[in-house]
Write a protein that binds this ligand. Structure first.
Ligand code: GLU
Length: 448
């Protein structure tokens, strides 16, 4: 394997001693399976390599604000249900907090905290003038009617009140949310806000519908960003996109766009798994036809032009690139041990657990980290926010050109950090993100 994959995990002893010391100082009860601790631990490993001052490591190990709200919503049957919503604002040294709002039954504080850290890291790695946040509601949106979904969204937005704002914290779509939900959030915010700044109010969220301040290409942005990253990194591994084989976990927005865009470049989709089942066709699955099937039926199961397979066969499918594009922590050691791939590209946030990653790196698999692979979404969100504030509309080509530039530059930053620090790509991506944050803290200092 080439230099990208070979430096096996170097969470050095210094790194892990440093992490343990900081966890103790902050009073964490150490739990290796806790997603937040896993995320912070990787960040602190990088911080120790950069010799980031101790007080900055402490600041970054905890979010600035953890907002929790409970609010009632009238359901269609006339009964009221009480919902729990979160917004975690991790860091805003680079600019206003930024990150998605997730509607999913598993939404919980710890996961939202982890995802908010990843947002800080993504925005910094991409050199966007934005900080990191994440939020959500513990709910299964598929079980709500459109009216219930709208009332829930409006009530959640009003419960958050001035905790969000175009200059303060800017939500976006995430799992279970979409452009329509963003439109309801913006409309609610505008109705509560200062009438003289009404037009600016729409930039309180990104990922809006095109007709209401949205940006061309926002829908496909995360998948497109990943394709640009693969375009930049795979030649070094001798994997040309044309004829590359890949498999996917998850066929929602990110998975399906990735498949469609890779299909156009001549790559072959061999297997897909989602919450409804797994399918495989070695001569290639048509990404567009599969997207239509998923749209109609809600999942990949039952797709006629591929064989239904079990989970183990899915993971064992031999491919050049394996792409998890669903939930966090899906690829643990047992799954990693089945994988037959040369590259794992994290389209989802934090899909690979530390033991799985250690195993894969030792096997020589290149693990391309989430904060690089899936930052196309927030980058196009930034373009949308910028257009809203400047009352501009970019065409699709301008969006793509800018996105490509940002993704290539970030991939270069990560490659450079791999060489400079002699570490794996995840640690390198955190190093590249933290270098920037460290510089800004040094310039700004700590108030007062
Ligand atoms: N939810 C997306 C992410 O996790 C996008 C966030 C945004 O656009 O602010 O990166």
């Amino acid at each position: 394997m080439t230099s990208m994959a070979s430096p096996t995990a170097k969470p050095s002893d210094t790194g892990s001693h440093n992490t343990t010391a900081i966890f103790k100082e902050l009073g964490f009860r150490i739990n290796d399976h806790d997603l937040y601790q896993q995320t912070i631990s990787s960040v602190l490993t990088a911080a120790a390599m950069l010799e980031l001052p101790h007080h900055l490591q402490l600041i970054l190990a905890q979010p600035k604000n953890e907002i929790m709200v409970h609010f009632p919503v009238k359901m269609d049957d006339g009964e009221f249900r009480l919902f729990k919503g979160y917004r975690v604002q991790h860091n805003n040294i680079l600019g206003p907090y930024k990150g998605g709002m997730r509607y999913h039954p598993t939404v919980a504080l710890d996961d939202i905290k982890s995802l908010s850290v990843l947002m800080t890291m993504k925005c910094s790695l991409m050199r966007l003038p934005l900080g990191g946040a994440k939020g959500g509601v513990q709910v299964d949106p598929r079980k709500l009617s459109p009216g219930e979904l709208m009332r829930l969204t409006r009530r959640f937005t009003s419960a958050l009140g001035s905790n969000i704002g175009p200059d303060h914290d800017i939500p976006a779509p995430d799992m279970g949310t979409n452009a329509q939900i963003m439109a309801w959030m913006a409309d609610t915010y505008i109705n509560f806000g200062d009438a003289s700044r009404r037009w600016l109010g729409m930039s309180v969220v990104t990922g809006k519908p095109l007709e209401f301040g949205g940006c061309l290409g926002r829908d496909k942005a995360t998948g497109q960003g990943l394709v640009f990253v693969l375009e930049e990194l795979l030649p070094e591994l001798n994997i040309p996109l044309k004829d590359m084989t890949f498999s996917l976990v998850g066929y929602g927005n990110v998975g399906s766009w990735t498949a469609k865009l890779l299909g156009v470049r001549g790559s072959r989709l061999k297997a897909v798994m989602d919450h409804t089942g797994a399918i495989r066709c070695d001569s290639g699955i048509d990404p567009v036809a599969l997207a239509q099937h998923v749209e109609k039926t809600g999942g990949v199961a039952g797709y006629a032009k591929a064989d239904a397979i079990d989970t183990e066969t899915f993971y064992r499918t031999q491919v050049d690139v394996f792409i998890p594009a669903a939930l966090e922590q899906m690829i643990d050691l047992p799954q990693a041990q089945l994988l037959q791939c040369r590259v794992l590209a994290e389209a989802a946030n934090a899909p690979t657990t530390p033991p799985a990653e250690r195993y894969l790196l030792e096997k020589g698999v290149a693990v391309l980290p989430a904060i690089l692979c899936n930052s196309g979404g927030v980058t196009v969100s930034y373009f949308e926010w910028k257009q809203n504030r400047q009352a501009e509309t970019w065409d699709a080509e301008t969006v793509d050109t800018h996105l490509k530039k940002h993704m290539y530059a970030a991939a270069q930053r990560v490659k450079l950090a791999v060489h400079r620090y002699g570490c794996d790509m995840r640690t390198a991506a955190y190093c590249a993100a933290l270098e920037n944050i460290g510089k800004v803290y040094r310039i700004r200092g700590i108030f007062p």
